[in-house]
Design a protein around this ligand. Structure first.
Ligand code: PLP
Length: 376
């Protein structure tokens, strides 16, 4: 089976993990956790980074620190991976979904602006939904597939409406907007190291921020909020959301290879574009000139989505449909979905992601391309 986006462990992973095991430093603290955090902050261009057990828990802690609760809403795109919305629901808040842009597959900022203008109002410097008077303290944009929206406009809208920006940049490690790294635009940003992400620690995540107090608070809350170095004194309801040293050791080895991984992702997308552009009605994700994406997961748009998915998977070339739009999931059918023509469904019905592991050979890329072409 040709994996969609498999882990590439060709660097120092084994060496660093072995060192953890032979020294016994496998668990909650250790030099690799510190090093991984330092490397991540440096790479993202933020001052601080706090490692977490997953991207989902990173997002959850960000919302907890903003005091988001069951009286609140959080704005997010309707096309995202479920983890974004789960993190919102963990706080008791409800998501407000904004429909997607049909070309970039990011949150549609025209719709966002229209929603904020028509449906919300300011009360004492806090955004509220007019309909029921509940607070909307946070917007959580998602850099879908490592692409990014017009961040200048998003930040301006957020500022105008007093929304704190927490970036779900879990897919965007190595993506830039006007030369600035994803995750460094909001008050906080997040990364994920799940197995199919651009780097992996098996599972893991990171919060990045410029704010020292928030970074300290995040470390505190993710490590059970222990307030005394000796006594088991705790000053808040904390979480066991820390990343273990043995996973961080993998993370350090992966970070060493990240530039090479991104280079290979570019070769992969360029290969596919050369082979498939103009074949049938195949289109690729549209990326603005301001964005340098990481091309984490090459995805094509075609009305023959079902045929192509079947042809590839039947031939052991793992490919997958886009996520089911959030408004179509049973937990969210009663939540607000702001749209005109439900483009989320249109994008969902026609998109599929194709094999893009960094270790894939050009011969395999050619074989996948040929298999796709046979469908037309
Ligand atoms: C991967 C991902 C996450 C976080 O996932 P974890 O598996 O918890 O690390 C969150 N949001 C999006 C959009 C993702 O793709």
């Amino acid at each position: 089976m040709l994996l969609l986006s498999g882990p590439n462990m060709a660097g120092n992973e084994l060496k660093y993990v072995t060192e953890c095991i032979t020294t016994g430093w496998v668990s909650s603290v250790g030099a690799y956790v510190d090093q991984f955090e330092k490397m991540s902050a440096e790479f993202a261009g933020t001052k601080y980074a706090v490692a977490t057990s997953s991207g989902t828990t990173a997002l959850h802690i960000c919302l907890v620190m903003m005091g988001v609760n069951n009286e609140d809403y959080v704005i997010t795109p309707n096309i995202t991976f479920i983890a974004t919305c789960n993190s919102i629901k963990y706080t008791g808040a409800n998501p407000i979904f904004i429909d997607t842009d049909v070309d970039s597959w990011q949150m549609d900022l025209n719709l966002l602006e229209e929603f904020l203008t028509n449906e919300t109002e300011q009360r004492n410097g806090v955004c509220h939904l007019k309909k029921d008077g509940k607070r909307i303290p946070v917007i959580m944009p998602v850099h879908v597939l490592g692409n990014m929206c017009d961040m200048d406009r998003l930040l301006a809208l957020a500022k105008q409406h007093n929304l704190t920006v927490i970036e779900d940049s879990t897919e965007a490690l190595g993506s830039y907007y006007k030369g600035k790294h994803a995750g460094s635009f909001g008050l906080m940003g997040t990364f994920s190291y799940n197995g199919n992400k651009i780097i992996t620690t098996g599972g893991g995540g990171m919060i990045v921020t410029y704010d020292e107090a928030l970074a300290k608070r995040a470390k505190h809350l993710t490590t059970q909020a222990k307030s005394d170095p000796f006594e088991y004194m705790h000053d808040a309801i904390g979480y066991n959301y820390r990343l273990v040293n043995v996973a961080a050791a993998m993370g350090v080895a992966q970070m060493e290879q990240l530039p090479g991984f991104i280079k290979r992702k570019y070769e992969i997308i360029n290969f596919y574009k050369t082979e498939l552009q103009g074949v049938g009605d195949i289109k690729f994700q549209q990326v603005s000139d301001d964005v340098k994406p990481n091309w984490w997961m090459p995805t094509i748009f075609t009305t023959k989505q079902k045929e192509v998915l079947k042809a590839l998977n039947d031939n052991k070339m793992q490919s997958r449909p886009f996520w089911v739009p959030m408004n179509q999931l049973p937990m969210f059918t009663n939540d607000i979905y702001y749209n005109h023509t439900d483009r989320s469904n249109f994008v969902y019905q026609n998109c599929l992601s194709i094999p893009c592991s960094t270790y894939i050979t050009d011969a395999d890329l050619k074989a996948v391309s040929d298999k796709i072409k046979e469908c037309y």
